[in-house]
Design a protein. Structure first.
Ligand code: ADP
Ligand code: MG
Length: 704
């Protein structure tokens, strides 16, 4: 076993690295110590099995490798007087090319051997009918055939600054080589034997060596898989462990019984049979709240999948167990809508429910506060006004948060502190996150998924249309309005181009009011610059069908429910992300009528835009859309900067390595279930590695 401290030797001690290079490696690549170099995995590999003859060269900018001799050297003054360049005439038996140096000219001239066979490697320039190769990599053929030269050559991550200061890929390769000499061949295995055998993974030692010096493609592949697995496995171990520890540390109030309130509602007030997905999710939640541990569950379900009823029935479980429950929504409109829906569902039961928002009147609030503290009130629905300190519960057993993206961890924590025993927490989101991404980002939460829509829904028909067909689209809207329906027309409005976007919006509004004249048609407009009260008033008018068209920005994205609206037109659809388009589309298709979503774009579309439009037209499945979005945008962009740390992987790729990720999570759960404290001898290496990971945070800063 190598002593730990060799790997942790500061990089400046390495042969070939002085103070200056050490500083560069630190700032440019985050390399501090020996092991950081070994964890700098190549971006790609160059196949150096192929040798070209000069008469085979093509003008295609590829990297080529040639065997030949330098027969002549000359110095050329450059036209702009800025120094000289060195030009070597290089030949093989089929032709001649020029090798050119602009820097390090003296050193090259002194060391280059004339008429000795060399292997040269580099990119070609083609100019005035001749090939030249600037700054080739050169090895004497005699040296090239010696050890250390793999025909599959790694290319390491680099930066412009590194290249400029002479830390070329060749230098990096040399540094890696030197580190290997220093640390020897023995690496500590950090995966349990059982996992290695069951997944047929190669050892740590063989993997690290082969990733840097691949002897052949087969071992390179095996090394890559092993190291990807290791990386994902340790992220999962930490997430799963956090989840398990939380369950031990935070005891919840167990909702032991399913009582009269729940059963009465289920038997007499449920307006429709639950879907299988709803039933399954309720079972998962029941198992959580019925146990001694506090629940922390994420409920994902596409728009319209019926999360509200699940939320309500979970709250009834709380009531059956002498607890209060609250439901928090991100906007006043949504809180209001939840209150209306839930009050209606609870009609004829004796469950008490109230609404609390920023605009609740002082007098109402006083009564509400009293009822809340006495326990007389069972269910409280509201906005983040719920979080205020003066809102005090008698015994809050369950807190549900709708549309989780709008709320942060901080707010979740505030809810926790509302009760001596923290309430169970259920977070609901309508933004589907691909399963594998959820595993990585929310790996410490339990996740439930409603993946089935209530029966009888007519799938929304989605059409992509070019903007010059707008007149036809308006004709179509008129027909729908004649049938009694309503329509949304949505414009992009983003911060970066706010002024211009706002102009587009108002111009669009004017154009629409001209195309849909009074008195027959009435048009509403809602955007972020309106005061909340004005916005709400306008939404209310649309909701009551007093206006037939709602011109809006994405403020209507979340949750608004106007079942009579059957058309959604999205202007400049190319400017929206896939998830956002899908969210917007979810505003229609909420009634029994056939609904339509029309995506308008300019005539010129890039490949990404085309893919987005095609995906929207092809499917209504939010999870499928999320998968495509993940592939287009990458995980960092999809989740925002907030969680990008978790996604800053060194070798694995959440999109491409989904199978490895699943295996890693499965193995992590399996191992921790059997040995939660990592005490068994065969798992010592895991415990040990975790300590390491926490100690050397510079490597794994992304683990919270
Ligand atoms: P979301 O998941 O978007 O919050 P909602 O809870 O608002 O969805 O439900 C959307 C609509 O579907 C509501 O009108 C609701 O009454 C209805 N719904 C929910 N579950 C069912 C079901 N099992 N059968 C029929 N309709 C349902
Ligand atoms: Mg909802």
């Amino acid at each position: 076993m190598i002593p730990e401290n060799v790997l942790h030797t500061p990089i400046s001690y390495l042969r070939g690295v002085g103070a200056q290079r050490a500083e560069l490696l630190k700032t440019e690549l985050g390399i501090y110590e020996y092991q950081d170099i070994l964890n700098l995995f190549p971006n790609r590999y160059i196949d150096r099995t192929k040798f070209y003859k000069i008469n085979e060269l093509q003008n295609n900018n590829a990297e080529v490798q040639i065997i030949g001799k330098v027969v002549h050297l000359r110095t050329v003054e450059s036209a702009n007087q800025k120094g000289t360049r060195l030009v070597a005439t290089f030949t093989d038996e089929t032709g001649t090319i020029d090798l050119v140096w602009f820097k390090g000219v003296k050193w090259i001239r002194d060391t280059l051997k004339i008429n000795e066979p060399y292997v040269i490697f580099g990119k070609l320039n083609f100019f005035a009918n001749t090939f030249s190769m600037p700054h080739p990599e050169m090895d004497l053929l005699a040296d090239f055939n010696k050890v250390g030269h793999s025909s599959i050559q790694p290319v390491y991550p680099s930066t412009e600054k590194l290249a400029k200061r002479g830390i070329t890929n060749r230098v990096m390769r040399q540094l890696v080589h030197t580190v290997f000499e220093q640390v020897g061949n023995t690496f500590v295995e950090n995966l349990p034997e059982k996992i290695l055998t069951s997944l047929n993974l190669i050892s740590k030692q063989e993997a690290v060596r082969s990733i840097h010096f691949p002897p052949n493609q087969e071992l390179l592949t095996k090394a890559t898989i092993r190291l990807k697995f290791e990386e994902l496995f340790y992220i999962q171990v930490q997430l799963v462990r956090k989840n398990l520890l939380q369950k031990q540390k935070f005891l919840g109030q167990p909702f032991k019984k399913v009582g009269d309130t729940f059963m009465n509602f289920y038997n007499h007030h449920l307006p429709f049979p639950l879907t299988n997905a709803q039933k399954r999710v309720l079972k998962e939640i029941r198992a959580d709240v019925g146990s001694n541990a506090q629940m922390n569950r994420l409920l994902q379900g596409d728009v319209g999948s019926g999360k509200t009823i699940v939320a309500l029935m979970t709250m009834l479980l709380a009531v059956d167990n002498q607890c209060q429950a609250c439901l928090m929504a991100p906007t006043e409109i949504l809180a209001n809508q939840h209150y209306q829906t839930i009050s209606k569902l609870l009609e004829g039961t004796n469950v008490t429910v109230a609404l609390l928002t920023g605009s609740s009147k002082t007098k109402e609030r006083r009564i509400l506060d009293e009822q809340l503290q006495s326990g007389e009130l069972s269910i409280l629905i509201g906005t983040h006004a719920l979080l205020e300190d003066k809102v005090q519960f008698h015994n809050l057993g369950l807190a549900i948060i709708d549309e989780q993206h709008r709320f942060g961890v901080e707010q979740r924590a505030k809810l926790w502190r509302k009760n001596t025993i923290p309430p169970h927490i259920l977070v609901m989101t309508a933004t589907p996150i691909p399963r594998t991404l959820a595993m990585s980002v929310y790996g410490d939460l339990d996740v439930s998924i409603i993946d089935e829509l209530p029966p009888g829904r007519k799938p929304i028909k989605t059409i992509h249309q070019y903007e010059n067909y707008r007149a036809e689209v308006y004709e179509f809207i008129k027909k729908e309005i004649d049938k009694g329906r309503q329509a949304y027309v949505v414009y992009p409005l983003i911060e970066e181009s706010e002024a211009l976007d706002f102009k587009n919006l108002t111009e669009g509004y004017e154009y629409i009011t001209a195309s849909f004249p009074l008195p027959k048609y009435k048009v509403s407009m809602v955007h972020g610059k309106l005061k909340p009260a004005e916005k709400d008033a306008e939404m209310e008018r649309f909701l009551r069908n007093e206006t037939q068209i709602m011109v809006a920005t994405t403020v209507i994205e979340v949750g608004v429910n106007v079942p009579n609206a059957s058309v959604m037109v999205i202007e400049s659809a190319e400017r929206f992300g896939l998830s956002q388009l899908h969210q917007l589309r979810g505003r229609v298709g909420r009634g029994s009528e056939q609904s339509y979503c029309i995506l308008l774009t300019g005539n010129k579309m890039g490949n990404d835009t085309r893919t987005r439009m095609e995906t929207m037209v092809r499917t209504n499945d939010g999870f499928e859309i999320a998968e495509v979005d993940l592939k287009l945008r990458g995980p960092g962009d999809l989740m925002g900067t907030q969680q990008s740390g978790v996604l800053a992987l060194k070798i694995a790729d959440i999109v491409k390595d989904q199978d490895i990720l699943k295996a890693a999570r499965f193995q992590a759960i399996d191992l921790l279930k059997a040995d939660p404290h990592l005490e068994q001898p065969q798992n010592k290496c895991v415990a040990h590695t975790l300590i390491q990971l926490q100690r050397y945070k510079n490597l794994w800063t992304y683990i919270s």
